[in-house]
Design a protein around this ligand. Structure first.
Ligand code: PMT
Length: 225
C-alpha cells in the first residue's frame, strides 16, 4: 500500500449545526445536516490522516476510523476543538450559531393567558474558527473555513478570510433554492491569498476528496517532502 498522502498527519474537522438552549425543551438551531463536514472527515481518513471530528447534533452515523466528539453548543464545540489540538489541518464546516440565548431558563417557559410573548435576549457566541486561526501556540499549519453567504458571495468570503485570519475559505452560496444546506451537492469558490478559483458543482463527497487532496499537496510542498 505504501504511504498515503496524509499519513502521519492529524486533521481536525467541525461539522453540523449547534443547538443553543432557550429552556429545557427549546433551542436555537439551523439547517446544517453535517453531510459536508462528515464527508471531509471521511476523505481525510481515506487519505491516511488521523482524524478528529467535532460535530453538533446530526442524524448521520460516525464516519469509520474517525475519532468523533459529539457536542451541542458553540461553547462545547470550542472546548472540544481546543482539546483536540495540535492538528496539521483544521477544516471548519460547522454552521455554528452566531448567537445564543443570554440566559437558559431552568424551567420550561410557560405561555401565560393574555400575557405578551417572552422576549429572547441574545449574546454572541465565541468564533471557533477565528479563535483557532489566531492562536500563537498550536495554530494548525493550514486553517480552512467555509463562508455561507446569500449575496456578494466571493466578496464577503474574502472579507471573512482576512478578518478571521484563515488560510483558505470555501465560499458557499446558500441562498434559498441552492439546496446546499441538507443536500448532497455543493458548489464553492476556493478563496486563498493567491486568488479565487471557481469549482464546478459536485457531490459533497467529491468536494471533500478534492479539498483534502489539495491540502495534502500544500503540506507536502510546505515541508519540502
Ligand atoms: O451541513 P450541510 O447540510 O452539509 O451543509 C454544509 C454547510 C452549508 C453548513 C457548509 O458547507 C458551510 O458552509 N459551513 C459553514 C456555515 C457557516 O456557519 O458559515 P459562516 O459564514 O457563518 O461562518 C464562517 C466560518 O466561521 C465557518 O467556517 C464556520 O464554521 C466558522 N464559525 C462561524 C461562527 C462561529 N461562532 N464559529 C465558527 O467557527
Amino acid at each position: 500500500a505504501g504511504r498515503l498522502p496524509l499519513s502521519g498527519r492529524h486533521v481536525l474537522v467541525t461539522s453540523g449545526p449547534t443547538h443553543e438552549p432557550i429552556d429545557p425543551v427549546r433551542y436555537i438551531a439551523n439547517r446544517s445536516s453535517g453531510k459536508q463536514g462528515h464527508a471531509i472527515a471521511a476523505a481525510a481518513q481515506t487519505l491516511g490522516a488521523r482524524v478528529t471530528l467535532v460535530t453538533g447534533p446530526v442524524d448521520l452515523p460516525d464516519p469509520e476510523g474517525v475519532t468523533v466528539q459529539h457536542v451541542e453548543t458553540a461553547r462545547e464545540m470550542l472546548a472540544a476543538v481546543e482539546a483536540a489540538l495540535p492538528a496539521d489541518v483544521a477544516v471548519f464546516a460547522a454552521a455554528v450559531a452566531d448567537w445564543r440565548a443570554a440566559t437558559e431558563a431552568e424551567h420550561k417557559i410557560k405561555k401565560g393567558k393574555g400575557a405578551s410573548p417572552p422576549a429572547l435576549a441574545l449574546v454572541e457566541n465565541p468564533d471557533i474558527l477565528s479563535t483557532v486561526a489566531r492562536r500563537s501556540r498550536q495554530r494548525p499549519q493550514l486553517v480552512i473555513g467555509f463562508a455561507a453567504e446569500t449575496d456578494k458571495v466571493v466578496e464577503n468570503a474574502e472579507t471573512k478570510r482576512k478578518s478571521k485570519a484563515v488560510d483558505w475559505i470555501l465560499a458557499n452560496d446558500v441562498s434559498e433554492g441552492s439546496g446546499v444546506f441538507g443536500g448532497d451537492r455543493n458548489r464553492v469558490h476556493l478563496v486563498t491569498a493567491q486568488g479565487v478559483e471557481d469549482w464546478p458543482e459536485m457531490s459533497k463527497t467529491d468536494l471533500a476528496a478534492a479539498l483534502l487532496g489539495r491540502a495534502a499537496r500544500y503540506l507536502a510542498q510546505a515541508k519540502g517532502s
